[in-house]
Design a protein around this ligand. Structure first.
Ligand SMILES: [Zn+2]
Length: 490
């Protein structure tokens, strides 16, 4: 029998606001000292009142607009009641009936549209640290850190439109990009700023009804999301084929064992007793929506189209630049520097060749130089102006590719003007035949057997001798000149 997986995602992302959702405590996910960013409001002391953070509301609306969602005029906060030690109020302020945005979609590379159900705004909980020694007894205990309590949290729910682990991963990655592009969230999975849950069920291909869904929770990387879904699809198919029933459960992912495991079964499902939050007035967001509509930044989907159209780039380069904003900016700035240079020199060059040259240099030589020096792209010292100049030096054959490599290694670490560095390091190619003739003479003397081979008709031997002479000139000899002198001398 053929089966079809049905997958929907629930994504939580912490918003990159300066302060928390309902108080003025700092929102700092990098704070490592426990309970530093707390106050009576986020600790739920009696008599305190929440005040909604407008910036958080704006960020969720921006995400909604980027998704093409409907942003109703009116929205409202609700209380979601449950008890847990990381939740000091005994309820979470969330949204139920009237989320900030409804609908919208994203488009996968295949062209498939994935519908979004809603995006709402709530507050994060504190975090529990299990197994630390207690201050009073020294025995292992669970400690609670309220730094995270009250950080604005956005929850996005998709329709069950995804049909494979690969599609689910792609959708989650695209949503991460959108959150980052509109500046809503840094969405770093490893920091817990973005958390992905997947609802997975399996049904007979062609069936209309959904199978029983299993919730996969607490997965902290895109790779694990895909692995967990992949595993879960197989597990459910096996159960069906064995004639067993799939139970509605929440399961986690065990990376070491490469399998999902039971966290809780649905019998313990909560009734949250939602009701409108009495301490906060209903929201009227029409003016925010109208204002933001006209100020949305370029979105990933638009950038892909522009990089293809404007620069004629290939899919690999486009995806790299769309995912790395800094690299994309570096590319565009280098291109404009290079174009200025081409124009000033009155050179008639097809601009697409310049784009391609920059693309190739960035993806090969530059990334290799960074790897070798173990420097992150963001930390390198070479700027677009210097980088464009380096490319022109190579294009004009003023330095050899080996010389360019040395230059680049210096530039990524220390920065600087490539002309100056090339002068200092004596890297300019020389066509000075006097100097090169002396080098060639010595190479011929030192490599008698290769000379014999060449004279016996072996062309490889000439290539070898050119290589030796290049080496002796420390890469600055112009290979064409060397070849000519060699051929003449032999
Ligand atoms: Zn606070």
């Amino acid at each position: 029998m053929e089966y079809e997986p049905v997958i929907g995602l629930e994504i939580h992302a912490e918003l990159a606001t300066a302060s928390k959702m309902f108080c003025r405590c700092k929102n700092d996910p990098d704070e490592t000292g426990p309970n530093k960013n707390v106050c009576p409001v986020c600790l739920a002391h009696p008599g305190t009142l929440p005040v909604a953070n407008e910036d958080a509301i704006r960020k969720v609306i921006a995400v909604g607009l980027a998704l093409g969602a409907e942003v109703p005029d009116k929205s409202q906060f609700d209380r979601k009641n449950y008890f847990y030690p990381d939740l000091p109020k005994g309820y979470q302020i969330s949204q139920y009936e009237h989320p900030l945005t409804r609908g919208g979609f994203i488009t996968l590379a295949s062209g498939k549209k994935v519908r979004i159900t809603r995006v709402h705004l709530e507050e994060d909980t504190g975090s529990l640290i299990h197994g630390s020694p207690s201050a009073s007894s020294g025995q292992p205990a669970t400690l609670v850190d309220f730094n995270r309590a009250g950080i604005p949290l956005m929850e996005l729910v998709t329709e069950p439109d995804l049909r494979s682990a690969k599609e689910a991963r792609e959708a989650a990655e695209e949503l991460q990009l959108i959150f980052q592009y509109v500046g809503a969230s840094r969405a770093r999975m490893q920091k817990g700023e973005m958390r992905v849950e997947a609802n997975v069920s399996v049904r007979q291909k062609g069936a209309k009804e959904f199978g029983t869904k299993v919730e996969l929770k607490n997965i902290n990387s895109f790779k694990f999301v895909a692995s967990a879904i992949e595993y879960e699809i197989k597990r459910q198919i096996k159960l069906i084929e064995n004639g067993e029933k799939i139970e509605q459960q929440t399961r986690g992912w065990d990376e070491a064992k490469q399998e999902t495991f039971l966290q809780r079964s649905k019998e313990s499902a909560h009734d949250y007793r939602y009701f409108p939050e009495p301490d906060l007035p209903p929201l009227d967001v029409a003016h925010i929506r109208e204002e933001l509509k006209h100020h949305l930044p370029e979105l990933p989907v638009q950038k892909r189209a522009r990089f293809k159209e404007q620069y004629g780039l290939d899919g690999e380069a486009i995806e790299l630049f769309v995912r790395d904003k800094k690299m994309a900016e570096f590319f565009e700035e280098t291109v404009s520097e290079l174009q200025a240079w081409l124009a000033s020199d009155g050179k008639e060059t097809e601009p697409r060749n310049a784009y391609k040259l920059v693309r190739n240099y960035m993806l090969s030589d530059l990334s290799r130089a960074l790897d070798e020096k173990n420097i992150a792209f963001d930390d390198m010292k070479a700027d677009p102006e210097n980088f464009a100049e380096l490319i022109t030096l190579v294009a004009e054959k003023k330095i050899s590719s080996r010389g360019a490599k040395d230059l680049l290694a210096h530039m990524v670490e220390l920065g600087g003007d490539p002309h100056e560095i090339a002068k200092d390091k004596d890297l300019f190619q020389t066509s000075d035949s006097g100097e090169l003739e002396a080098i060639v003479k010595k190479v011929i003397e030192d490599n008698a057997s290769a000379v014999v081979e060449y004279k016996a008709g072996k062309q490889n031997a000439l290539q070898f001798l050119v290589g030796q002479a290049m080496k002796a000139s420390r890469g600055k000899g112009n290979p064409e000149t060397i070849r000519e002198i060699l051929a003449k001398s032999l």
